[in-house]
Design a protein around this ligand. Structure first.
Ligand code: PSU
Ligand code: MN
Length: 305
């Protein structure tokens, strides 16, 4: 059977030589940030991975093919397009079978990374349990994916628009290790602290790589969530954000926004209500995550498989 993925030359070569590779998602580009900053950020994230000794593999579905490692022209076309689907585990195969084009969420990117043999992935924030999930049942497929797919995901915690205590509970039930990096507190995306203790803590890329491999030796499926706090100079304090998130959440309710549209809507609304500040913080934290992920990828490639 032919492999459904197509690795770029740089990614294929690095994987064949067991050199460090970091997977990157594309939904953050198409649905998470406005044009033209999205393209600029996508390029800077790739450059940061390279500067830190790893090969970036941005993942997306383009005309039915699941690309692992995009050429710059492909990245630019995606960033500019307004009618790209947002693909998760449920719809990626359908989109590919139809020859469609779509950006991959954390869940879909993890599936592609595992298929390609990439063990670590950098993003901004993962999806999680939405506020009001007790009535809406809105829980991101990213959580289930972390339980099933063996990829270590570096994020700045779960987005503060979510119900963070419920998200942690769900991850615990699913058996997903959640490690705060370099601190005891769980980070909350735009802020360094969520006001919650993280279940686990890691202080070096080597520790994270060793734990990743130990899970495999135990025969455990699933990945790890590394919650890397945003750099102090870029953070927005929790108190500043709380009323903005509350207003954005109310607006979403008023306009009946639900399902796949909710996360992109909230991010855009918070961008407007914060006068662009949320985007600056988002950029800083993604770059920070790319650096850490490259360090983990180096440690993984130094360890025997
Ligand atoms: N983090 C961001 N911007 C984003 C996302 C995360 O800073 O756009 C995307 C990721 O692709 C994540 C998705 O997997 O939002 C979660 O969407 P949902 O809540 O619909 O599962
Ligand atoms: Mn959802």
């Amino acid at each position: 059977m032919m492999s459904p993925i197509k690795c770029s030359h740089a990614v294929a070569e690095a994987l064949a030589e067991h050199r460090p590779v970091v997977a990157l998602e594309s939904t953050i580009v198409t649905h998470g940030m406005p044009w033209p900053q999205n393209l600029e950020v996508a390029r800077r994230v790739e450059a940061t991975v390279r500067d830190n000794g790893a090969v970036p593999a941005t993942i997306a579905v383009i005309e039915g093919t699941l690309y692992v490692g995009l050429e710059d022209v492909q990245l630019e076309a995606l960033a500019q397009s307004k009618k790209v689907a947002k693909l998760s585990r449920a719809d990626m195969a359908v989109c590919m079978a139809r020859g469609g084009t779509g950006a991959t969420t954390v869940a879909a990117t993890m599936i592609a990374a595992q298929l390609a043999g990439i063990e670590v992935f950098a993003t901004g924030g993962i999806g999680g349990v939405h506020r009001g999930a007790e009535t809406t049942f809105d829980i991101s497929a990213d959580l289930q994916e972390l339980a099933e797919t063996r990829v270590t995901v570096v994020a700045a915690g779960a987005k503060a628009i979510l119900d963070l205590p419920k998200t942690l509970e769900r991850l615990e039930t699913l058996g997903v290790p959640v490690m705060a990096y370099g601190q005891d507190q769980l980070p909350a995306f735009w802020s360094r602290e969520a006001g919650l203790r993280a279940p686990l803590r890691a202080d070096s890329p080597a520790e994270i790589a060793a734990a990743h491999r130990m899970r495999a030796r135990l025969g455990l499926p699933g990945g790890q969530l590394i919650a890397n706090p945003i750099p102090a100079e870029a953070e927005i304090p929790r108190e500043t954000l709380a009323p903005i998130i509350a207003e954005a959440t109310r607006d979403a309710e008023t306009h009946g926004i639900a399902g796949k549209d909710l996360t992109p809507y909230l991010l855009q609304r918070i961008y407007e209500l914060s006068g662009g500040r949320s985007l600056e913080a988002n950029i800083a934290l993604v770059l920070n995550n790319a650096r850490l992920a490259a360090g983990i990828a180096q440690e993984l490639s130094a360890l025997a498989a």
